[in-house]
Design a protein. Structure first.
Lengths: 144, 144, 144, 144, 144, 144, 144, 144, 144, 144, 144, 144
């Protein structure tokens, strides 16, 4: 059974409450429930982690790198400057997908470049909570 | 029944033959067959178009904008400079998804920014032909 | 009788339908009718051409360079990157006026510079269809 | 009867004498006479003002903002750096047209961007004294 | 009674000891005492928090967002790169004031831009501990 | 009794009328009345000056540098390019506070840097007319 | 017998007529005749193609990639922005030489960088029609 | 007898008092006396003008352009941004020398480029009041 | 006996496992053992700390600043953006040496600048675990 | 009989030994022999010079400028920064061709611009030792 | 008796012959004769040195630093990139004046910045051979 | 016995005399004596070379590349622009260490990037003459 880490970066704890026009009305709890349900359907196992702390995310990825087969990560604003997170994604060597709720290409200038995506297999952005679900399906299909 | 335009930009006609380490071994014909098959499964209708011509792509999108409900587009290298294509995607007003076979965030500097994605709903990149299939599933699910 | 080429660049075929707040409600057919009417009044002859194709516009300008006395061109998004169009305008050596429906100086950063205007006599922007009419009057008055 | 402010920025007092290849041989007095004549023909009233002083221009626009219906302004070199003039044009809220005698897009790099045009309705450049006359006709036609 | 969060960012724990010519000789404990005293005078309630951890500051702001009416934050060096903190300040939706002990406009190039201030109501910088006190008076006066 | 110069830069004469969503509805006369009232309360003496002229502001500061103990200045758009004003503030050697009605860090790109603030003690921005009042209290408290 | 594609990009159809001081007086027909003559001498076979259309050039290169052993291309202004042409040259995998009539290093800033040359074996520029002839000799000598 | 305009730009009225380590202790009156004395020795006639107003300087140069044979100008901070002054120096067509008291190449980054020097014959900087005297000798020697 | 802090930044916990071609095969435990051994030989005392958390590193340096005489720090990816760490190194005022396992000057563009090194005495990079040992010898020799 | 200078810049003495994948296996002696042989065939006379010294190359070009009819120069790394060499090539006024063994457009970013080519007639790059031979043929054919 | 080094940088040996419109018709020998004559008049002693070699100039300045009281240097193109020469001028600690024959502020973009002038007392440019003579007078007057 | 080249770049001949606060009081002779003494202790053989000439350094490295096992180089100001030296270090293929007396990361902007370090194994900067000694120990330990 495939094992997947789901990482929610800074401020995703406020999902549903924070700028709903940009990020939608689904809360993080609801998103996680959707992910768990989809995981059961796809017969994959999840560990879900949210943190506002760059260091905590790196610790989590490092600690779980042996358990996991793949990573789905929404680095939040860390996308745009956390070279330490980028290095971590390279260092653990797991296939990773970067997801974003909003279409970062259509927002402020500083949101249009991602320093973390270069250490991932690919990127899915702009589809709200569906960005995560597509990534999950993608990884579930991937040969172990 | 939902109607979707699939647009393959410049040099995608050489798929399967062109730098297979970057773009994979599937040919465009095979990719289109996969898309048609998936479309039948999802009960959506497709019009597929490949062109090496920026103008032809704009003409196609303009001509089919009334027929279609949505667009999947891999603009190829036009991604990085075709403001005319960007304007076209804005002008026709259909929900569009930009897809890329390779993870453009991990390639040459000039491939890391997309001028067309700002006129799309979102972007899926890095999953080879699966990038298209995920986009198709995404649009099939979207409420008409 | 003076002979003038009118060139409408990419996406101007959607005029009237496309983002009417920015570009107005007049369709291209209506704009062309206005131009023909004004041309009759000013006793100048027109050839009008719209294309979404950079190459087609260059072909048209090249083919008609002997027939024409002057050019009015709205290069659309090509304004901002088509060095080939710029070279063409220089190469044919006709007096040309660049027109824009919207005030490009007040829009997105990338719309604030024109690479084609350097090969024209001047630029008129921001007055909707009146931008074309002013250019026409300007050229009609110019000594042949 | 429509009321229009005509503002000539720095160094336009030397018109006719200053680099005639770039700016033409018409003097400012002659230009103003042409404008007055055209205004009579178009049945609009003018107040004409030339100053080499950014502050004086702002004072003039501020003082006359209630009297006037519209503005024609050639900001001269202030075009490229006077954010104060830009703010003034925004603050008074009148429709304004920026005019230039020469085609600023074909001159030195620093003349290719306008900070003031963003606070105007549009821009006409490159037609010598005709740039002003076109602007006048344009404003005369505009509904009050 | 109005409730205000006071956040001291990285390295402010060393206040009084660290480069006293730039930051003054008042220690953080003394600054906090001044703030508490002023809060009693103004009849507002404070929660004061210092952390060298970006994540801890985001957690604190998130946790206290319901309790608080407003925020005073000195993000320290995070001012210049913490997009996560900026997003947090936007996400919690409380009126915030960014304060700095030193006049950041007169220091190294990299200290002259603030990525966090865009998510605040305003900024007060350069007045030593008085920057905080002014912010406190400002918020105390603001209608709840 | 402490003596303070209050300088309002270009376009502040239109306060209350100009883009009230950004700058508020208080007129300059009302602002000055508030400042005078507060000055009486704080027992400081004011000289207030508004000008749309960079040169006039420099003249005023130069002429009054012996009379005054401190300066409060809102340079308006001069903030972003008037190196002459910056040099003047350095040259007269008085403690100065730069104030802004709006939060310039949250507006257009070109408003985010201040060339004049480097010659001041500090900056207060974003609090409407309160920005001036805070600066006044600040200077009133400062030891002469 | 070696087979070589000769591609003339946008505006080269006007050769001989267009800015003769920069590009010389030889027409395209004369240049092609020279190339055919030299090809006979060198015993290589040519297919010559001129187009003002980026897409047409990509189509031509794609269609003839099996027939040809090598490519000589003068991309005209496309040199400086056509990433699609660059990708095409990489995709077809033939040895290519980029040629220019004029010395692009000594012209306008924007002509000094080539995005297409990186996908070629080398570049010959500045020798008028001789640039093509040298390239032809070069390829004729190359081992098949 | 040769006639020379001496122009002192913004803040030079404070010479001797302003940052004496950078600008020296000589006052403007003393500098002018030195210039007058040297002019008598060299048998040239001077008109000396100091202003903090860009516009006033342009007015002065424009008004005196017929009287004068040459110009010595220290534009102060206007050196770095006054395109209007640059245009004025070009427009009046007199030989001009730009002088600076301090060595601007060794000061802040923004002081290292001069937009006005391009419209002068040459530049002398770094020698305190001697910069003016050298310029005067230079112009006195020049053939009328 | 001299006391030295050794700080390993983000992702150094994966040493030996992470991209061994770049970082070598020595694990962090082995590196620390080497450092302890060398410290005994040099008769200096060490406190060694690894963290993926910028804030934790700042806390550690702050807490131990009185105990320690010097610092050896490998900030990992924080090297390139952690202004907070830079401020901390300045604030604690201890002599510090920045070390890197790899030669950062020969890697990706973003690794070629260090924001933290400016707050250190010097930098040693490119010698694998020897970078640390050299730093240790260096500090051991330094006069207390 | 035409006389040609051949200049090999820094590090070309190591040809054949230095990074043979980039620069080929031919030694400088072999290259020079090839050039001499070709020169005899073409009936031109050569002076060949290699130096690692920018100054020595300038001296050589200066000393031989009267003897020579033309120059072939491979400036090596000086291509990218030696403005002195560029000035020398302009100053001596001989037709010059810049040659490169490798295709500099496909290498590191800093190798993509040439400061010296602007002072040459043209550039040939990417063909190994053939770059020199083509240049030689080119110059031999040129009318004296 | 004051002792002054005169240094002529690369390509100044060609003076009189090289682009006479820019650099004048005086040869280096004639310039040196003028300098010697003026030196006798001013009772200063000269050592004059011309070299196309950056290193030779540094050697000369280093060797003569004890003998000399001051330096006049025209670094030619080294002005724009020779950080080694800049360091040398700083290192020897003599007062130096940078001179240029042409007005570098009015030439190509790359000639507008000087890296060497920051290590000099001042700069005189644009007056042909008079630039040197003014510098000489300047240094002769300076107190030893 | 290991053989090591020690190269001192421009202006290092003035060591001890030149800006002693930055570079220390040790002269080059003293430094070389220290290096020789340490070499004897470490049983390695040295050839030491100082030159202000880029070309001489390249010649020396080229000439001694067969004799030597490794290189220690302080390129002085050449560090920041000598691409020729960088190419030389790559070409000779010996392990090299770049050393600096001062901490270049804490000095002027232009000293913060090294173009030569990319061709070295590593860099040691900021420790005065100790930078060289550490490099020597490092190379002595390296397996031949």
């Amino acid at each position: 059974m495939k094992k997947i880490l789901i990482v929610h970066g800074p401020n995703l704890g406020l999902l549903g409450e924070r700028e709903p026009k940009v990020y939608g009305k689904t809360t993080l709890a609801q998103l996680n429930a959707l992910l768990e349900k989809e995981a059961r359907r796809l017969k994959v196992e999840l560990k879900i982690f949210q943190s506002n702390w760059e260091g905590a995310i790196i610790d989590f990825l490092t600690a779980e790198r042996k358990w996991a087969d793949a990573v789905i990560i929404n680095p939040g604003a860390l996308t745009h400057y956390s070279l330490a997170l980028r290095d971590c994604l390279s260092a653990i060597g797991l296939p990773a997908i970067e997801v974003h709720l909003s279409n970062i290409a259509a927002r402020e200038e500083f949101r249009r470049t991602s320093v973390t995506a270069a250490a991932c297999r690919g990127q899915i952005s702009g589809f709200g909570v569906r960005s995560y679900l597509l990534a999950l399906q993608m990884l579930a299909d991937m040969k172990k």
